[in-house]
Write a protein that binds this ligand. Structure first.
Ligand SMILES: Cc1ncc(COP(=O)(O)O)c(C=O)c1O
Length: 425
Protein backbone atom coordinates (compact mmCIF):
# COMPACT_ATOMS: atom_id res chain seq x y z
CA UNK A 1 0.00 0.00 0.00
CA UNK A 2 2.98 2.28 0.59
CA UNK A 3 4.62 1.81 -2.80
CA UNK A 4 1.71 0.78 -5.05
CA UNK A 5 -1.50 2.81 -5.47
CA UNK A 6 -4.12 0.81 -3.57
CA UNK A 7 -1.60 -2.01 -3.17
CA UNK A 8 -2.43 -3.46 -6.59
CA UNK A 9 -1.08 -3.72 -10.15
CA UNK A 10 -4.24 -2.80 -12.05
CA UNK A 11 -5.07 -6.46 -12.67
CA UNK A 12 -6.61 -9.10 -10.41
CA UNK A 13 -6.55 -8.56 -6.68
CA UNK A 14 -8.15 -10.41 -3.81
CA UNK A 15 -10.41 -8.67 -1.28
CA UNK A 16 -8.17 -6.83 1.14
CA UNK A 17 -8.71 -9.16 4.09
CA UNK A 18 -7.69 -12.11 1.88
CA UNK A 19 -4.90 -10.37 -0.05
CA UNK A 20 -1.91 -12.53 -0.93
CA UNK A 21 1.33 -12.34 -2.88
CA UNK A 22 2.15 -15.07 -5.38
CA UNK A 23 5.24 -17.11 -4.57
CA UNK A 24 5.15 -19.55 -7.48
CA UNK A 25 2.86 -21.43 -9.81
CA UNK A 26 2.87 -24.66 -11.79
CA UNK A 27 0.23 -26.25 -13.97
CA UNK A 28 -3.20 -25.18 -12.74
CA UNK A 29 -2.00 -24.29 -9.25
CA UNK A 30 -0.74 -21.15 -7.62
CA UNK A 31 1.02 -20.87 -4.24
CA UNK A 32 1.10 -17.75 -2.12
CA UNK A 33 3.61 -16.23 0.30
CA UNK A 34 2.18 -18.31 3.17
CA UNK A 35 2.43 -21.58 1.17
CA UNK A 36 -1.32 -21.68 0.65
CA UNK A 37 -2.32 -23.37 -2.62
CA UNK A 38 -5.06 -22.35 -5.01
CA UNK A 39 -6.55 -23.89 -8.12
CA UNK A 40 -5.98 -21.03 -10.54
CA UNK A 41 -8.61 -19.80 -12.99
CA UNK A 42 -6.99 -16.36 -13.40
CA UNK A 43 -4.18 -17.93 -15.45
CA UNK A 44 -2.36 -14.64 -15.81
CA UNK A 45 -5.56 -13.18 -17.31
CA UNK A 46 -5.63 -15.79 -20.03
CA UNK A 47 -2.27 -16.31 -21.76
CA UNK A 48 -1.55 -19.57 -19.89
CA UNK A 49 -3.76 -21.91 -21.86
CA UNK A 50 -1.18 -24.65 -21.12
CA UNK A 51 -1.04 -23.75 -17.41
CA UNK A 52 1.87 -22.23 -15.49
CA UNK A 53 5.49 -23.09 -16.24
CA UNK A 54 4.68 -25.62 -18.96
CA UNK A 55 7.87 -27.65 -19.55
CA UNK A 56 7.88 -27.02 -23.33
CA UNK A 57 7.56 -23.26 -22.83
CA UNK A 58 10.18 -23.19 -20.09
CA UNK A 59 12.61 -25.16 -22.28
CA UNK A 60 12.05 -22.89 -25.29
CA UNK A 61 12.55 -19.78 -23.19
CA UNK A 62 15.69 -21.15 -21.52
CA UNK A 63 17.16 -21.99 -24.91
CA UNK A 64 16.41 -18.53 -26.28
CA UNK A 65 17.72 -16.78 -23.13
CA UNK A 66 21.18 -18.13 -23.85
CA UNK A 67 21.06 -16.61 -27.33
CA UNK A 68 20.17 -13.12 -26.14
CA UNK A 69 17.05 -11.49 -24.83
CA UNK A 70 16.18 -8.78 -27.30
CA UNK A 71 17.57 -7.41 -30.59
CA UNK A 72 15.20 -4.67 -31.89
CA UNK A 73 15.44 -6.37 -35.27
CA UNK A 74 14.11 -9.44 -36.96
CA UNK A 75 15.10 -12.77 -35.40
CA UNK A 76 14.40 -16.41 -36.21
CA UNK A 77 11.71 -17.09 -33.58
CA UNK A 78 9.89 -13.88 -34.45
CA UNK A 79 9.83 -14.63 -38.17
CA UNK A 80 8.69 -18.19 -37.46
CA UNK A 81 5.86 -16.89 -35.26
CA UNK A 82 4.77 -14.40 -37.96
CA UNK A 83 4.63 -17.26 -40.48
CA UNK A 84 2.66 -19.44 -38.07
CA UNK A 85 0.10 -16.67 -37.39
CA UNK A 86 -0.39 -16.13 -41.14
CA UNK A 87 -0.87 -19.88 -41.62
CA UNK A 88 -3.37 -20.12 -38.76
CA UNK A 89 -5.51 -17.00 -38.76
CA UNK A 90 -7.77 -16.60 -41.81
CA UNK A 91 -7.57 -12.78 -42.18
CA UNK A 92 -3.85 -12.48 -41.44
CA UNK A 93 -1.88 -12.07 -44.66
CA UNK A 94 0.80 -10.12 -42.79
CA UNK A 95 1.47 -9.31 -39.13
CA UNK A 96 3.16 -6.59 -37.11
CA UNK A 97 4.20 -7.30 -33.52
CA UNK A 98 3.84 -5.17 -30.41
CA UNK A 99 3.94 -5.98 -26.70
CA UNK A 100 0.39 -5.68 -25.33
CA UNK A 101 -3.17 -6.15 -26.45
CA UNK A 102 -3.79 -2.47 -25.79
CA UNK A 103 -1.12 -1.53 -28.32
CA UNK A 104 -2.51 -4.06 -30.80
CA UNK A 105 -6.05 -2.63 -30.85
CA UNK A 106 -4.67 0.92 -30.88
CA UNK A 107 -2.54 0.09 -33.92
CA UNK A 108 -5.38 -1.81 -35.63
CA UNK A 109 -7.58 1.28 -35.36
CA UNK A 110 -4.83 3.60 -36.61
CA UNK A 111 -4.22 1.34 -39.62
CA UNK A 112 -7.92 1.30 -40.48
CA UNK A 113 -8.38 5.04 -40.04
CA UNK A 114 -5.37 5.65 -42.30
CA UNK A 115 -6.66 3.19 -44.89
CA UNK A 116 -10.16 4.58 -44.93
CA UNK A 117 -9.08 8.20 -44.39
CA UNK A 118 -11.79 8.72 -41.79
CA UNK A 119 -11.41 9.42 -38.05
CA UNK A 120 -14.42 7.91 -36.28
CA UNK A 121 -14.58 4.38 -34.96
CA UNK A 122 -17.53 2.30 -33.84
CA UNK A 123 -17.25 -0.09 -30.91
CA UNK A 124 -19.83 -2.03 -28.93
CA UNK A 125 -21.16 -1.29 -25.47
CA UNK A 126 -19.47 -3.56 -22.95
CA UNK A 127 -16.66 -4.44 -25.37
CA UNK A 128 -13.12 -4.14 -24.00
CA UNK A 129 -10.11 -3.48 -26.19
CA UNK A 130 -7.49 -2.54 -23.62
CA UNK A 131 -6.87 0.73 -21.89
CA UNK A 132 -6.05 3.33 -24.54
CA UNK A 133 -8.29 6.35 -24.93
CA UNK A 134 -10.42 4.99 -27.82
CA UNK A 135 -10.99 1.71 -26.01
CA UNK A 136 -12.10 2.97 -22.61
CA UNK A 137 -15.47 4.10 -23.91
CA UNK A 138 -18.72 2.50 -22.70
CA UNK A 139 -16.97 -0.63 -21.45
CA UNK A 140 -18.88 -0.54 -18.18
CA UNK A 141 -21.21 2.46 -18.00
CA UNK A 142 -23.29 2.43 -14.82
CA UNK A 143 -25.99 4.52 -16.48
CA UNK A 144 -25.85 3.68 -20.20
CA UNK A 145 -26.70 6.47 -22.63
CA UNK A 146 -28.80 6.30 -25.77
CA UNK A 147 -26.83 4.78 -28.68
CA UNK A 148 -24.45 5.81 -30.22
CA UNK A 149 -23.24 8.24 -27.52
CA UNK A 150 -20.09 7.06 -25.67
CA UNK A 151 -19.35 7.25 -21.95
CA UNK A 152 -15.63 7.42 -21.04
CA UNK A 153 -14.61 4.78 -18.50
CA UNK A 154 -11.67 6.76 -17.12
CA UNK A 155 -10.78 10.22 -16.03
CA UNK A 156 -8.13 11.87 -18.16
CA UNK A 157 -9.47 10.89 -21.58
CA UNK A 158 -9.46 13.96 -23.85
CA UNK A 159 -12.92 15.26 -24.61
CA UNK A 160 -12.10 15.30 -28.32
CA UNK A 161 -11.87 11.49 -28.37
CA UNK A 162 -15.51 11.11 -27.37
CA UNK A 163 -16.44 12.91 -30.60
CA UNK A 164 -14.74 10.16 -32.59
CA UNK A 165 -16.23 7.07 -30.92
CA UNK A 166 -19.69 5.67 -31.62
CA UNK A 167 -21.26 2.95 -29.49
CA UNK A 168 -23.58 0.21 -30.74
CA UNK A 169 -25.45 -2.55 -28.88
CA UNK A 170 -23.84 -6.00 -29.17
CA UNK A 171 -26.19 -8.63 -30.60
CA UNK A 172 -28.67 -6.03 -31.88
CA UNK A 173 -28.09 -6.17 -35.61
CA UNK A 174 -30.91 -3.84 -36.62
CA UNK A 175 -29.69 -1.01 -34.36
CA UNK A 176 -26.04 -1.62 -35.31
CA UNK A 177 -26.91 -1.51 -39.01
CA UNK A 178 -28.90 1.68 -38.51
CA UNK A 179 -25.94 3.38 -36.78
CA UNK A 180 -23.52 2.26 -39.48
CA UNK A 181 -25.91 3.35 -42.25
CA UNK A 182 -26.17 6.81 -40.69
CA UNK A 183 -22.45 7.28 -39.99
CA UNK A 184 -20.53 5.15 -42.51
CA UNK A 185 -19.19 8.19 -44.38
CA UNK A 186 -17.29 9.21 -41.22
CA UNK A 187 -16.28 5.73 -40.03
CA UNK A 188 -12.66 4.58 -40.20
CA UNK A 189 -13.28 1.23 -38.50
CA UNK A 190 -15.70 -1.02 -36.66
CA UNK A 191 -14.00 -2.91 -33.84
CA UNK A 192 -15.54 -5.77 -31.89
CA UNK A 193 -14.82 -8.77 -29.75
CA UNK A 194 -16.53 -11.52 -31.77
CA UNK A 195 -17.21 -13.18 -28.41
CA UNK A 196 -17.77 -10.11 -26.26
CA UNK A 197 -16.33 -10.61 -22.76
CA UNK A 198 -18.56 -13.60 -21.89
CA UNK A 199 -21.29 -13.21 -24.48
CA UNK A 200 -21.43 -15.19 -27.68
CA UNK A 201 -22.77 -13.65 -30.88
CA UNK A 202 -26.45 -14.31 -31.66
CA UNK A 203 -26.98 -16.32 -34.83
CA UNK A 204 -26.38 -14.03 -37.80
CA UNK A 205 -24.97 -11.12 -35.78
CA UNK A 206 -21.31 -11.40 -36.84
CA UNK A 207 -22.37 -12.21 -40.40
CA UNK A 208 -24.61 -9.13 -40.41
CA UNK A 209 -21.88 -6.81 -39.12
CA UNK A 210 -19.46 -8.29 -41.66
CA UNK A 211 -22.04 -7.77 -44.39
CA UNK A 212 -22.78 -4.11 -43.74
CA UNK A 213 -19.13 -3.15 -43.13
CA UNK A 214 -18.24 -4.80 -46.44
CA UNK A 215 -21.09 -3.06 -48.29
CA UNK A 216 -20.10 0.32 -46.85
CA UNK A 217 -16.33 -0.22 -47.23
CA UNK A 218 -15.62 0.19 -43.51
CA UNK A 219 -12.76 -2.04 -42.29
CA UNK A 220 -13.84 -4.55 -39.61
CA UNK A 221 -11.45 -5.36 -36.77
CA UNK A 222 -11.86 -8.46 -34.63
CA UNK A 223 -10.26 -8.11 -31.23
CA UNK A 224 -9.19 -11.72 -30.73
CA UNK A 225 -6.93 -11.08 -27.77
CA UNK A 226 -9.01 -13.50 -25.70
CA UNK A 227 -10.29 -15.80 -28.45
CA UNK A 228 -7.17 -16.09 -30.65
CA UNK A 229 -5.69 -19.63 -30.57
CA UNK A 230 -8.18 -20.43 -27.76
CA UNK A 231 -11.57 -20.97 -29.39
CA UNK A 232 -9.82 -22.79 -32.21
CA UNK A 233 -6.31 -22.68 -33.67
CA UNK A 234 -7.54 -20.00 -36.09
CA UNK A 235 -9.42 -18.19 -33.30
CA UNK A 236 -12.99 -16.94 -33.28
CA UNK A 237 -12.89 -16.22 -37.02
CA UNK A 238 -12.41 -19.95 -37.57
CA UNK A 239 -14.85 -20.92 -34.77
CA UNK A 240 -17.66 -18.63 -36.00
CA UNK A 241 -16.61 -18.68 -39.69
CA UNK A 242 -16.67 -14.92 -40.14
CA UNK A 243 -13.49 -13.26 -41.40
CA UNK A 244 -12.69 -9.61 -40.58
CA UNK A 245 -10.20 -7.33 -42.37
CA UNK A 246 -7.88 -6.92 -39.41
CA UNK A 247 -7.25 -8.90 -36.22
CA UNK A 248 -5.68 -7.97 -32.89
CA UNK A 249 -3.99 -10.89 -31.13
CA UNK A 250 -2.46 -11.17 -27.66
CA UNK A 251 -2.45 -13.40 -24.59
CA UNK A 252 -2.04 -17.02 -25.88
CA UNK A 253 0.13 -16.00 -28.84
CA UNK A 254 2.83 -14.74 -26.44
CA UNK A 255 2.83 -17.89 -24.31
CA UNK A 256 2.72 -15.89 -21.07
CA UNK A 257 5.31 -13.31 -22.16
CA UNK A 258 4.73 -9.76 -23.39
CA UNK A 259 3.76 -10.08 -27.04
CA UNK A 260 0.77 -9.09 -29.14
CA UNK A 261 0.19 -8.66 -32.85
CA UNK A 262 -1.95 -7.06 -35.50
CA UNK A 263 -2.68 -9.10 -38.60
CA UNK A 264 -4.70 -8.29 -41.65
CA UNK A 265 -5.15 -7.81 -45.33
CA UNK A 266 -1.90 -7.13 -47.12
CA UNK A 267 -2.89 -3.72 -48.51
CA UNK A 268 -3.89 -2.43 -45.06
CA UNK A 269 -0.75 -3.79 -43.40
CA UNK A 270 1.46 -2.45 -46.21
CA UNK A 271 0.84 1.09 -44.96
CA UNK A 272 3.56 0.34 -42.35
CA UNK A 273 6.24 -0.57 -44.91
CA UNK A 274 9.34 1.64 -44.52
CA UNK A 275 9.23 2.52 -48.24
CA UNK A 276 6.28 4.80 -47.40
CA UNK A 277 8.13 6.62 -44.60
CA UNK A 278 7.97 10.34 -45.26
CA UNK A 279 4.77 10.11 -47.30
CA UNK A 280 1.33 11.04 -45.97
CA UNK A 281 0.28 7.37 -46.37
CA UNK A 282 2.83 6.02 -43.89
CA UNK A 283 1.46 4.48 -40.70
CA UNK A 284 4.08 4.76 -37.97
CA UNK A 285 4.55 2.02 -35.41
CA UNK A 286 7.59 0.93 -33.44
CA UNK A 287 8.38 -0.48 -30.02
CA UNK A 288 11.53 -1.42 -28.11
CA UNK A 289 10.34 -4.97 -27.45
CA UNK A 290 8.29 -5.52 -30.64
CA UNK A 291 8.46 -9.19 -31.55
CA UNK A 292 10.73 -9.93 -28.61
CA UNK A 293 12.53 -13.24 -29.30
CA UNK A 294 11.87 -14.72 -25.85
CA UNK A 295 8.17 -13.97 -26.12
CA UNK A 296 8.16 -15.35 -29.66
CA UNK A 297 9.89 -18.55 -28.51
CA UNK A 298 7.30 -18.94 -25.74
CA UNK A 299 4.49 -18.27 -28.20
CA UNK A 300 5.83 -20.80 -30.72
CA UNK A 301 6.20 -23.46 -28.02
CA UNK A 302 2.62 -22.79 -26.88
CA UNK A 303 1.24 -23.01 -30.41
CA UNK A 304 3.12 -26.27 -31.00
CA UNK A 305 1.35 -27.78 -27.98
CA UNK A 306 -2.00 -26.51 -29.25
CA UNK A 307 -1.39 -28.16 -32.64
CA UNK A 308 -1.20 -31.59 -30.98
CA UNK A 309 -4.18 -33.71 -32.00
CA UNK A 310 -6.95 -33.49 -29.42
CA UNK A 311 -5.65 -30.36 -27.64
CA UNK A 312 -8.79 -28.30 -28.28
CA UNK A 313 -11.10 -31.24 -27.52
CA UNK A 314 -9.32 -31.61 -24.17
CA UNK A 315 -9.53 -27.87 -23.44
CA UNK A 316 -13.24 -27.78 -24.22
CA UNK A 317 -13.95 -30.98 -22.26
CA UNK A 318 -12.13 -29.74 -19.15
CA UNK A 319 -13.86 -26.37 -19.43
CA UNK A 320 -17.26 -27.97 -19.92
CA UNK A 321 -16.84 -30.03 -16.75
CA UNK A 322 -16.22 -26.87 -14.72
CA UNK A 323 -18.77 -24.69 -16.54
CA UNK A 324 -21.59 -27.25 -16.55
CA UNK A 325 -20.71 -28.24 -12.99
CA UNK A 326 -21.14 -24.62 -11.95
CA UNK A 327 -24.55 -24.38 -13.63
CA UNK A 328 -25.71 -27.62 -11.98
CA UNK A 329 -24.42 -26.52 -8.57
CA UNK A 330 -26.29 -23.20 -8.87
CA UNK A 331 -29.50 -25.05 -9.75
CA UNK A 332 -29.03 -27.41 -6.80
CA UNK A 333 -28.54 -24.41 -4.52
CA UNK A 334 -31.84 -23.01 -5.82
CA UNK A 335 -30.21 -19.83 -7.10
CA UNK A 336 -31.39 -17.98 -10.20
CA UNK A 337 -28.23 -17.96 -12.29
CA UNK A 338 -26.90 -17.93 -15.84
CA UNK A 339 -23.51 -19.37 -16.70
CA UNK A 340 -22.49 -17.39 -19.78
CA UNK A 341 -19.63 -18.10 -22.15
CA UNK A 342 -17.96 -21.09 -23.75
CA UNK A 343 -16.16 -23.96 -22.06
CA UNK A 344 -12.67 -22.37 -21.86
CA UNK A 345 -13.96 -18.89 -20.79
CA UNK A 346 -17.11 -18.39 -18.76
CA UNK A 347 -18.73 -16.70 -15.76
CA UNK A 348 -21.80 -16.98 -13.58
CA UNK A 349 -24.38 -14.19 -13.37
CA UNK A 350 -26.89 -14.29 -10.55
CA UNK A 351 -30.00 -13.36 -12.50
CA UNK A 352 -32.93 -15.10 -14.17
CA UNK A 353 -32.51 -12.92 -17.29
CA UNK A 354 -30.65 -14.35 -20.30
CA UNK A 355 -27.23 -12.68 -20.76
CA UNK A 356 -27.22 -11.39 -24.33
CA UNK A 357 -25.55 -7.99 -24.12
CA UNK A 358 -23.98 -5.53 -21.68
CA UNK A 359 -27.30 -4.18 -20.41
CA UNK A 360 -28.58 -7.63 -19.52
CA UNK A 361 -25.50 -8.13 -17.31
CA UNK A 362 -26.73 -5.20 -15.21
CA UNK A 363 -29.70 -7.32 -14.08
CA UNK A 364 -27.30 -9.61 -12.18
CA UNK A 365 -26.83 -9.41 -8.42
CA UNK A 366 -23.28 -8.06 -8.14
CA UNK A 367 -23.11 -8.47 -4.40
CA UNK A 368 -24.08 -12.15 -4.63
CA UNK A 369 -21.31 -12.54 -7.20
CA UNK A 370 -18.76 -10.90 -4.93
CA UNK A 371 -19.79 -13.24 -2.09
CA UNK A 372 -19.41 -16.22 -4.45
CA UNK A 373 -15.93 -15.15 -5.60
CA UNK A 374 -14.79 -14.47 -2.04
CA UNK A 375 -16.05 -17.82 -0.74
CA UNK A 376 -14.37 -19.63 -3.62
CA UNK A 377 -11.10 -17.96 -2.72
CA UNK A 378 -11.59 -19.02 0.89
CA UNK A 379 -11.96 -22.58 -0.42
CA UNK A 380 -8.74 -22.39 -2.44
CA UNK A 381 -10.11 -21.51 -5.88
CA UNK A 382 -8.94 -18.22 -7.37
CA UNK A 383 -10.69 -16.57 -10.31
CA UNK A 384 -10.68 -13.06 -11.71
CA UNK A 385 -13.50 -10.76 -10.66
CA UNK A 386 -15.43 -11.48 -13.84
CA UNK A 387 -14.08 -14.53 -15.60
CA UNK A 388 -12.99 -18.16 -15.33
CA UNK A 389 -10.21 -19.19 -17.71
CA UNK A 390 -9.60 -22.95 -17.99
CA UNK A 391 -6.31 -24.48 -19.18
CA UNK A 392 -5.03 -27.80 -20.46
CA UNK A 393 -3.42 -28.23 -17.03
CA UNK A 394 -6.77 -28.42 -15.24
CA UNK A 395 -7.08 -32.16 -14.60
CA UNK A 396 -9.52 -34.38 -12.73
CA UNK A 397 -8.16 -33.46 -9.30
CA UNK A 398 -8.32 -29.72 -9.81
CA UNK A 399 -11.77 -29.93 -11.33
CA UNK A 400 -13.14 -32.13 -8.53
CA UNK A 401 -11.75 -29.72 -5.94
CA UNK A 402 -13.35 -26.85 -7.84
CA UNK A 403 -16.77 -28.50 -7.98
CA UNK A 404 -16.63 -29.08 -4.25
CA UNK A 405 -15.72 -25.44 -3.69
CA UNK A 406 -18.65 -24.38 -5.92
CA UNK A 407 -21.10 -26.21 -3.67
CA UNK A 408 -19.76 -24.46 -0.57
CA UNK A 409 -19.54 -21.01 -2.14
CA UNK A 410 -23.03 -21.24 -3.64
CA UNK A 411 -24.44 -22.38 -0.31
CA UNK A 412 -22.96 -19.21 1.17
CA UNK A 413 -24.66 -17.13 -1.55
CA UNK A 414 -27.98 -18.93 -1.03
CA UNK A 415 -27.81 -18.46 2.71
CA UNK A 416 -27.27 -14.78 2.24
CA UNK A 417 -30.25 -14.64 -0.11
CA UNK A 418 -32.63 -16.54 2.11
CA UNK A 419 -34.58 -14.00 4.12
CA UNK A 420 -33.89 -14.64 7.77
CA UNK A 421 -36.94 -15.26 9.89
CA UNK A 422 -37.85 -12.11 11.78
CA UNK A 423 -38.22 -11.95 15.57
CA UNK A 424 -41.35 -13.74 16.69
CA UNK A 425 -44.07 -11.40 17.74
C1 LIG B 1 -10.58 -8.46 -25.57
C2 LIG B 1 -9.36 -7.76 -25.03
N1 LIG B 1 -8.77 -6.82 -25.75
C3 LIG B 1 -7.68 -6.17 -25.32
C4 LIG B 1 -7.12 -6.46 -24.10
C5 LIG B 1 -5.91 -5.70 -23.65
O1 LIG B 1 -4.78 -6.51 -23.64
P1 LIG B 1 -3.54 -6.12 -22.71
O2 LIG B 1 -4.00 -6.32 -21.30
O3 LIG B 1 -2.46 -7.09 -23.14
O4 LIG B 1 -3.19 -4.72 -23.01
C6 LIG B 1 -7.70 -7.42 -23.30
C7 LIG B 1 -7.13 -7.72 -21.96
O5 LIG B 1 -7.66 -8.45 -21.18
C8 LIG B 1 -8.86 -8.09 -23.76
O6 LIG B 1 -9.50 -9.00 -23.00
Amino acid sequence: MRVLPGGVLGGYYAPQEMAFIVRDARGARLRDHSEREYVDYVLGSGPLVLGHAHPAVVAAVEAQLRKGTTYFQLSEPTLALAEEICRAVPCAEQVRFCSTGTEATFLALRLCRAWRKRDKILKFEGGFHGTHDYSLMSVGPRAPKAFPAPTPDSAGIPHAITDDVLIAPFNDLAETEAIIETHHRDLGAVIMEPFQRLIGPAPGFLEGVRGITQRRGVPLVFDEIVTGFRFAYGGAQEYYRVVPDVVALGKVVGGGFPLAAVGGRREIMAQMAPALDGTPEFVAQAGTLNGNPISAAAGLATLAELRRPGAYAQLFEAGARVKDGLARAAARAGLPAQVAGVAPVFEIFFTDQPIIDYRSTLSADREAHAVFTRHLLGRGVVKAAQKFYVSLAHGEREIDETLEAFAGALAAVAERQTPRPGPSS
